[in-house]
Design a protein around this ligand. Structure first.
Ligand SMILES: *[C@@H]1O[C@H](CO)[C@@H](O)[C@H](O)[C@H]1NC(C)=O
Ligand SMILES: *[C@@H]1O[C@H](CO)[C@@H](O)[C@H](O)[C@H]1NC(C)=O
Length: 337
């Protein structure tokens, strides 16, 4: 109540022309005139409701994604959403995923061939919208230029993970992905590995599906601005792939921000929630990856019944895993689980 009274009083002083600086000379411009109207009625709720239209100072250059809290959610098979990319962004998912098929020199997006459509391309569903949002979040104004903010207004430093799941062979498909990243690359918006260090950027591209170290990582002609999904279940085991020295693991934090696995493959079939043994197995995997500087994501997590899904989400987030793999974005972002 006290705060409300103070705000109202403050507005009255503004309307009177007695601003906080006691300056009587301030001209009553349109803003002050409108405030007089507001404060005359004396209801702050009206003011709040009518401010955007009447005063018109509600928008700011990077307000497109204002108020969205970024969340460690991965929009699994994101292109299944009615509005690919944007729907995940709207709920704060920091990670999205496109399955791509090489076709006539372009990349079509879909889970299986029956779902392909020449108009639904990697460019039209992902690259173009991402560039569009980042243009908004990185405006050229009299105050800043050439910023490298991610898509979230609330946290400029939060990168967007863009997983590209190759459905056709890596050798044939990755060069197309690489070429289509050009609009992001030209604007210096990709997280990159310089050979010495990782320079974070607004978008972090991670190849998965048929992507592999041999094609994505080994062969590079410039600072590498994409990464590759690491096989979580192999890290620290005898079947882990090594460099030719036989000692240095192929996949590390410079090649792979994340290691992933099917949850079922990792811990077996799941009842109502993870058993203590299963949970410990998950924790062990997360720890081994973390020691390598790599985060984790488990896919093939149960979707139904909802209660079971919620139980498992809770358990995984508490571990915590790096990204929660999610199909129902609204439920993950706002559900009471
Ligand atoms: C940014 O670029 C624009 C357009 O070139 C220019 O008008 C503006 O003054 C620049 N801002 C800064 C902070 O340098
Ligand atoms: C590496 O890149 C070169 C030049 O782009 C290419 O000719 C070669 O086939 C690539 N090797 C692999 C293993 O992809």
């Amino acid at each position: 109540m006290l705060i409300l009274a103070l705000v109202v009083q403050y507005l009255f002083t503004l309307a009177d022309g007695h601003g906080p600086h006691g300056d009587d000379e301030v001209e009553a411009g349109p803003v002050n005139a409108a405030l007089v109207e507001f404060t005359a009625s004396g209801h702050i709720s009206e003011l709040v409701q009518e401010w955007p239209e009447k005063i018109g100072l509600s928008e700011y250059p990077s307000s497109f994604t204002r108020g969205i809290e970024p969340k460690n959610i991965h929009s699994h098979n994101d292109y299944w959403q009615k509005v690919p990319f944007y729907q995940g962004l709207a709920v704060g998912a920091v990670s999205t995923e496109a399955d791509v098929w090489a076709h006539n020199g372009d990349l079509l997006v879909g889970h299986e061939k029956t779902a392909l459509d020449a108009k639904r391309t990697f460019r039209s569903l992902y690259i173009d919208p991402i560039v569009d949002v980042l243009e908004k979040q990185n405006p050229a104004t009299e105050f800043v230029n050439n910023t490298r903010c991610g898509p979230f207004d609330q946290n400029c430093y939060q990168t967007l993970y863009l997983w590209v799941d190759l459905k056709t062979g890596a050798k044939e498909t990755w060069p197309l992905v690489d070429a289509q990243l050009a609009p992001l690359r030209e604007r210096n918006w990709l997280t990159k590995w310089t050979g010495k260090t990782i320079v974070p950027g607004p978008v972090t591209v991670i190849g998965t599906g048929s992507s592999n170290w041999e094609v994505l990582i080994v062969n590079k002609t410039r600072p590498r601005d994409y990464f590759v999904d690491a096989p979580l279940l192999k890290i620290g085991t005898e079947s882990e792939q090594m460099h030719t020295d036989g000692k240095t693991p192929l996949y590390d934090s410079t090649s792979s921000p994340f290691a992933t696995s099917s949850l079922v493959t990792a811990i077996g079939s799941i009842k109502g929630e993870l058993s203590e043994k299963q949970l410990n197995q998950v924790k062990k995997l997360v720890k081994v990856a973390k020691e390598r500087g790599v985060q984790t994501r488990f896919w093939e997590t149960p979707n139904w019944p909802t209660r079971r899904r919620h139980n498992i989400w809770r358990q995984l987030v508490d571990v915590p895993v790096g990204l929660l793999n999610v199909d129902d974005l609204e439920d993950a972002a706002y559900g009471d689980w």
